[in-house]
Design a protein around this ligand. Sequence first.
Ligand SMILES: [Zn+2]
Length: 663
Amino acid sequence: MPAKAIVLVALLALIGPRTALASSPATIKVDLRQAPQAIFHADLSFPAKPGPMRLAYPRWIPGDHAPAGPIENLTGLVFSANGATLPWTRDPKELDQFEVVIPKGATRLDIHLDFLAVPAIARAINPASTAATDTLAVLRWHTVLLYPMGVDIAQYKIEPSVLLPDGWQFACALPAQSSAPNPSFAPVTLEKLVDSPLLTGRYFATYQLTTKLPIRHTVHIAADDPADLVVSTEQQQALARLALEAHAMYGSWPFDHYDYLINISGKLRERPSIGGQEHGESSDDTGGPGVFTTATGKESVGDTLSHEYSHSWNGKYRRPAGEKVHDYQQPYDDSLNWVYEGLTTYLGHVLAARAGFWSLEEFYDEWANEAAAMNCRPGRVWRNLQDSATSLPTLMRAGAGWTSWRRSADYYPEGALLWLDVDVTIRKLTANRRSLDDFLHLFLAKQPGRDPTIKAYDFAELVADLEKVTPNNWALFLHTRLESHASDAPLGGLTQSGWRVTYSSQENAFEKADEGADTVSADFSIGANIKADGVVQDVIWGGPSFKAGLGPGMKILTVNDRTFSLATFRAALDETAATETRSAAATQSVRLLISNGGPTRVIAVSYQGGQRYPRLERTGQDTDYLAEIAHARSPNTSLNTSPNANPGTTSNAASDAHTGNAK
Ligand SMILES: [Zn+2]
């Protein structure tokens, strides 16, 4: 034994190894090697004192806005101290809290747990919260975390590390201190850990975006099929422009690097579209096969990536006071989600256009679809926009069926229409000299340059910042729209821009993408939404199908005496439209043979007008503020992407790129 080691052993004997261990930080080690079997193992260790100790499994998850912690999949719990197993009890009223008694002489509590990364049947919220396939996984730390009750998640630090399956690469917004297969990270606060998911997979690609900004933007993709790792040069350029346009729009940076973490798997998402969840320095997006390589994915790629990116400003850096909490067990006050999600939905649409993901025509189509959908919400007469935000956790649990009466997460699309109204109103009041961008520079940039400190906001601050842009009694403006029980959606942004919603027999591309190949949306004709197998997904409250007695869950067997298919259904709608040869003889109704338990029966839906899908139509010569809003702001149009893009690579380039970011 070398002399130095002997001295160390003597020193340890003197101060006692337990003292040394007790002062070391909490640790969490996650073993993902059984991820393909949907099993994540975790070992945690916390400094502890003798006596009762209470631990909690995170319940209220940031970004979910709801008590969505998947406690039902927490299994295999073992608490121990000094190698001896400890008995534990669960709080019979707070089912995500556990109590153990730390024995005398012990200075740490060790915990083993197994998280089952399988979907919960009843979990409508973020159904992809358990992402694991044969070739990729997403580690969302809150799923494998127990933490001591009473600590402040913004202060309490924990040291994370992960064990990956052989040959898998990874990316994470936290700077890694070691590479695959055993990445480790410096101690971080619980808040930062839960905000920093880790993407890992066998097939992995990394694209470094060149934006001429002093902030590194990187796209990481793990896909079940290597063909899905390809992001075209045009899409990379749009992502680079997104950073420039966001900078021009918001005027600040809440991060010093940003990582898009994207998993693409047919197991996790069937259609070529993408959904995501926001984090301060990264996204966590789940796409279906073909999302980057087919035209169908275009709407959601532009919208979702712009939306989640914008959340770094609105939602993460600036956050409603009711969602700025000290632990994960306190319920949120969700009443400002028409700002957190509604404003971000608006920003996502605008940036999708400004960055060039969408054409101006597609921007118009998106607003047509959103305005028409929110005009089909008779439930507004009892539940206003404000209540759709306030009751978010209950609405997130709702399935399909009578959505137009119950309402849904309408604070997204109706919130976006509200913010369009705000933007256009500012422009009209100031002869187009000011816009929502001026408000965002005040509201989303509370100090110049980079500001990494979370700052809570409330209604009063929001109104005060709007008044600074242009006086307009904004409190009244907002209250009127938030509390409206009118049958129509707040469409002032469209009408003041010289647009109105009208209908044609042709779907626009975005509506087709939303609808998918397996459903037909007849919301705006007979007032129903039907799946390819004939099952009625939903019926518009008060519409022609509602009046005829159709309801969600019924199955249509025949339509006008022909076997039901999406084609025969569309043809039956067409037959109700007057044409040159059929003006007088157009069918007056659509006859449906339905099964709903009991004997089959015929329902006749009284309707004329053919297929109807929304689009925008000019109403006059008013300034087209929609076109003004969609116009790119950033003067820096000279963009290129780095030649370092390495789709399909099997090297460690991804993790290397990441470890290079030790800031
Ligand atoms: Zn969002």
